[in-house]
Design a protein around this ligand. Structure first.
Ligand code: SF4
Length: 220
């Protein structure tokens, strides 16, 4: 059962938090810590949100657009959200903070598809995520795909074990609800056939019913 969203009273004001996020983005933009990653760094706007999305890493197109989930996987992700909550892509981008396990394009894997970031790359990017979580104090975390789910829930098993459920974790010092989602990439068919299709529908129902989502996207 999702908890009520705690007040932000003890935190600095949203403009000051937004400034902090902006400064952190400046640091991200200048980061060249991973020699085999392909720039530019990709991040969304400094949206101070209690909903924290964690993707895997940008694909080859996102750098050119300068925003995460800018290509086909994003179209699928935003369709899931629009169908479940009524929120458009613009509303989503304005009201949900979008982070990722790695912020640069890892390049292609030998067998096709995007390369999974290495443990060293994940470790180098993690301090940025920790600071973003500290600033946003999310009440709902949405890890997208197996790598992000592993980072948030520590779950390395099959998606069927976690998708469709509401979990509660303490992550980077913040206690929050977690609703895991499959990766919307066209390379994955998991969410298109059962049991993935049914579990995705259950997960999106949980997303739509969560107090943080209802507060961010009020509907009559
Ligand atoms: S993946 Fe993260 S740590 Fe590595 S260069 Fe990009 S921003 Fe820096």
């Amino acid at each position: 059962m999702a908890l009520k969203i705690p007040a932000r009273a003890e935190l600095p004001s949203p403009p000051s938090l937004q400034r902090k996020l902006g400064l952190l983005h400046d640091e991200l933009d200048a980061c060249k810590a991973c020699p085999t990653m392909i720039g530019p760094v990709v991040h969304g706007p400094p949206v101070v949100s209690r909903i924290f999305l964690l993707g895997q890493a940008p694909g080859p197109r996102e750098g050119g657009f300068g925003r995460p989930f800018a290509w086909t996987a994003g179209r699928t992700l935003f369709r899931w959200f629009q169908q479940a909550t009524g929120a458009t892509e613009d509303e989503f981008r304005e009201r949900i903070y979008m982070a990722a396990v790695a912020r640069c394009f890892p390049g292609k894997a030998r067998g096709g598809g995007d390369r999974r970031p290495s443990p060293e790359e994940i470790a180098r990017c993690k301090p940025f995520i920790a600071r973003e979580v500290e600033i946003c104090q999310p009440s709902l975390i949405l890890p997208i795909g197996t790598l992000a789910i592993e980072q948030v829930l520590g779950h390395k098993g099959p998606l069927v074990d976690v998708v469709g459920q509401l979990r509660r974790v303490t992550w980077h010092g913040v206690e929050a609800d977690v609703i895991a989602l499959p990766h919307p990439s066209g390379a994955s068919t998991w969410h298109q056939t059962d049991p993935g299709k049914t579990l995705l529908a259950a997960a999106m129902e949980r997303v739509a019913a969560h107090p943080a989502i209802r507060e961010a996207f009020p509907r009559p």
